[in-house]
Design a protein around this ligand. Structure first.
Ligand SMILES: N=CN[C@@H](CCC(=O)O)C(=O)O
Ligand SMILES: [Zn+2]
Length: 424
């Protein structure tokens, strides 16, 4: 028997229809395709129809009679949110570094002294598969409770073949076991390990010759990422790593221009990256090139907020034609939040984005940034029935009542997985 779910009478059904072929940019980022008093019928995990309530009732009477009903009266319905940049799989926390930063130490000072990414690498290497799985699963549960149904997850706290594979295998198993879908990125080049055997260049050799081929052979990642930043990997080393990934079928992504302008946005364009992420200090030339080549800017305002740094110039990027997506950057050092709703708030309040643009940036543009716009990111017939129902009467409320979890119900692949939570 088929499984039928009927989400009915939404005050606003925000479909995001019409942006699945290419990411939305400029004014198109404001086209949400909202249906007032909308309903949605899903069958066997896929969306059958999303339209005005009366129209669906007329066309699908018999199926509706058999369906499980979810009442969305006075609520809004959006595609399940998508987080296109997380460091989901890691062990431990770094609250002592947070306290140090509050007293004036910088993120890079802490990392150069052996903390930062190195501290989480040490904890992640020591953690068993099961411990990593359990810690990461709890984060995924929270993502889901906040309306996120797909996340990208990077490795990068192993920094050796064995431990990078362990992180990616944990992500693979979680993808199999957990309702949230995971798209994996290999990020062996997250830092040069504090290990006397390696110089930066010999470590890059290992990433290129040892790790990338094995990750690709095992089919453990779709994307290949690098932390291109002064004191971490140079643009030349990053180019080498991203091109090596491409040769093995891994699509380039890049941590670009986070701490200082370093040519990361330009390199993303040159290597044909699907996205350049962070971009707090991206140059005007880099922004222009990204717009010309359609490289998605994945902006991470939680990181700027938490590092007390300047925010990326989202307004300038959007006005110049860069398709923008938003993400938590969830990680224990620079952005320990799991709330993509709060990131949307920061997009509006700190980066000059509109409530419409932040919805585009966390649904269909985020889907494009991780290569799955054909299956998720909008409420259109044929796509996965990944649905977020928020306990607010209109989408402006998501931005207006900031810092809260407005989720009421989450449907994943046609299954109600978070049910009727009270407004918190
Ligand atoms: N900047 C590089 N990597 C992460 C932070 C990782 C960490 O501090 O553990 C980021 O995207 O912000
Ligand atoms: Zn990151």
């Amino acid at each position: 028997m088929s499984q039928l779910v009927f989400v009915k009478n939404a005050a606003q059904l925000i479909t995001m229809k019409g942006h699945s072929d290419k990411p939305a940019k400029k004014d198109d980022m404001s086209q949400l395709n909202v249906i007032e008093n909308g309903s949605l019928l899903a069958k066997d995990g896929k969306i059958l129809a999303a339209a005005k309530h009366e129209a669906i009732v007329q066309d699908y009477q018999e199926l509706i009679a058999e369906a499980e009903h979810i009442d969305a009266t006075n609520k809004i319905v959006t595609p399940g949110l998508i987080d296109p940049h997380t460091h989901l799989v890691h062990a431990g926390t770094r609250e002592s570094e947070y306290a140090m930063r509050l007293k004036g130490k910088s993120y890079m000072e802490i990392m150069n002294a052996g903390g930062g990414i190195h501290a989480t690498t040490k904890a992640t290497k020591q953690a068993s598969f099961d411990q990593l799985y359990e810690e990461s699963k709890q984060r995924l549960d929270t993502f889901l409770e906040y309306g996120v149904t797909t996340v990208e997850a990077k490795s990068g706290y192993g920094l050796s073949l064995e431990h990078e594979l362990k992180q990616l295998e944990v992500a693979k198993k979680l993808n199999e076991d957990h309702p949230v879908d995971i798209v994996s990125t290999f990020m062996g080049a997250h830092a040069v390990p504090v290990d006397e055997r390696d110089t930066p260049d010999t470590f890059v050799d290992r990433v290129v010759n040892e790790m990338i081929p094995e990750v690709a052979r095992k089919g453990l990642a779709t994307f290949n990422d690098v932390f291109c930043e002064r004191g971490v990997f140079t643009p030349e080393q990053s180019r080498r790593i991203l091109n090596a990934g491409k040769a093995h079928g891994l699509i380039p992504k890049i941590h670009a221009d986070e701490i200082e302008p370093y040519g990361g946005a330009e390199l993303a364009t040159e290597v044909g990256a699907i996205s350049a992420d962070h971009l707090l200090k991206a140059s005007d030339e880099g922004i222009k090139q990204m717009a010309e080549r359609g490289v998605i800017g994945v902006l991470l305002p939680g990181t700027a907020f938490f590092l007390m740094a300047e925010f990326a110039q989202a307004r300038k990027m959007i006005d110049n034609g860069v398709p923008v997506a938003l993400s938590t950057d969830a990680n224990p050092g620079s952005s320990p939040t799991l709330s993509l709703q709060f990131i949307m708030n920061l997009g509006c309040l700190k980066m000059g984005m509109t409530p419409e643009e932040v919805l585009t940036a966390t649904t269909i543009n985020a889907a494009h940034a991780i290569g799955c716009p054909d299956s998720v990111g909008s409420l259109e017939a044929g796509k996965k029935a990944d649905i977020a129902i928020f306990n607010v009467p209109n989408y402006l409320m998501l931005s207006y009542k900031y810092g809260m979890n407005h989720i009421d119900t989450v449907v994943k692949g046609g299954n109600p997985v978070v049910l009727e939570k009270q407004l918190q």
